[in-house]
Each structure stands twice: as C-alpha cells, then as structure tokens.
Design a protein around this ligand. Sequence first.
Ligand code: PAF
Length: 282
Amino acid sequence: MFIFNNQVALSSHLKEIASENSSVGFVPTMGALHKGHLSLLEESMNNNGITVISIFVNPTQFNNPEDLAKYPRTLNSDVEKIKALSKEIIIYAPTVEDVYNGNTVSQNFDFDGLENQMEGKFRPGHFDGVGTIVKRLFEIVKPQKAYFGEKDFQQLQIVKKMVSKQKLPVKVIGCPIYREANGLAMSSRNERLMPSQKEHASIIYKILLEAKIKFGTKTAKEVSDWVVKKFENNKEFELEYFQIADEERLLTCIKKSKKKKYRAFIAVFVNKIRLIDTISLN
Ligand code: PAF
C-alpha cells in the first residue's frame, strides 16, 4: 500500500507506474471517509488502471475557524477502509506546507456566477478555496478522470466550470449521493452528530422528498415557503437556506420552464453542525 505525504514522492511514483493504457482516476477528499467516498473509489477503480485518493482538510475553503478546527481527522481509520477496498489505491495525505508551500491563500476565480448562489452566499470565499485546492491537486496527480459526489452539487458544477474555462485535461464525473438507512445524506460532518441527532436529521431528506412531490403542482416559491414553515416548527434545526434552482446556472426558479432541470438545495444547522443535501426535482 502506498501512502505519500509529499507531492514530489507521489509524482515520481506515478511516473514510474504510468503506462500508455493505464489512465489515472482521482478521488479528492477531506477524509473521515464514509460509504459515499468508497463508492467514488469503486467507480474510479472500475474505470481506470490507477486510482489515487487525496485526504486533505483544506484550510482555505473554511470561512469558519471553528468548523475547520472541529472537522473530523481520522487518517488511520481512513487508511484501513481504503486498504479493505484495495491495496492498489494510492493515498496522498499531504501537509498544508506540502500543498501550499508557505502561501496558504486562495486564488480568485470567476465561475460565471455559480459561486454567488447558496453555499457561496453563506460561506464567503469557500469556492475560491475549493477551486484553488482542486486545481492544485489536479496539477499534482494529473488524473484523466476525477470523481465528485453529487451531495455537493454546487461544488461539482463549479469544478466542471473551472475545468472547462481553464481547459484542464480532466473529465469530471458526478456520482450519486449515498444515504444512511434513515435517508440522511452521508457526510463526514455526520460523525459529529449524536445518535439521536442523526436520527432526527433524517427529517431533512423527508422534507426534500415531500418538496419534490409538491413541486409537481406548486410554484417554487410556494414549496420554499412550505419548507421554511416546516423548520420554523422544528426548534432543533436552524434552516440556513432552501432554494429551488436550475441545475445548469443554479439560479433561483422564479417561473418553471419545461426545458430546465431543477433541484432543491438545503443547508441546515443541527446544534451548530452544518448539513447540506440536494434532490433532483424533475
Ligand atoms: O468535497 C470535498 O471533500 C472538498 O471540498 C474537496 C473537493 C476534497 C476539496 O477540498
């Protein structure tokens, strides 16, 4: 099993094992791996000769220092989970210094407005941090394909936009959300929830499913107002946003168009732990 914490050693290993017909598949993560991450690794292994995973809690994408400090860091158990899947997977778990080389700042990106919606509104600078690290990791790993979960749908669209605007030679592939048995979207942040909170948080997906049904007959505004009311009656949760937007430009749906694909996006605090989820509506 190869684990690198240094990009020079990783690059030279990748050069050594590269061959004409072995494409590199890449799964960037911040660790605290769950089944969703493992499904991305499986998808990569099924479609590439070489699979690389990065485990790096990227400081520049956190706008909240407490969130960064409390983000779960579980490298040993992550390595065990990867090993159980395949010893062939290459792990890159760098230090901040190795990635940022003494200059831990974000580049400024223009993602054609995708960055101004939802997560971008509530987490200023977040997507500049994501763009910076993903671009940096692409330069280091040089993958042909990269796999991202659809739970962070806005992130997925932003990475696709960056790749197309900057003509990076990577195919970005979105993979389905993995859910707990109760419907809660799998997330590394779930590790911070108490078992009872985890159980109660299943309401987020239940509300999304109901919103999807309502969207068949009601306007986006009516559905959004209904969701806001649902959370007002539920003091355990603090709704940060609920937005129905088109998948391509992520703009709030004012008037439904048959030509567009819509999604509901939600961010909710459960006892200071921020959870997000999304569902396709049509
Ligand atoms: O989705 C994540 O875990 C992170 O945003 C990513 C893509 C690994 C960049 O740090």
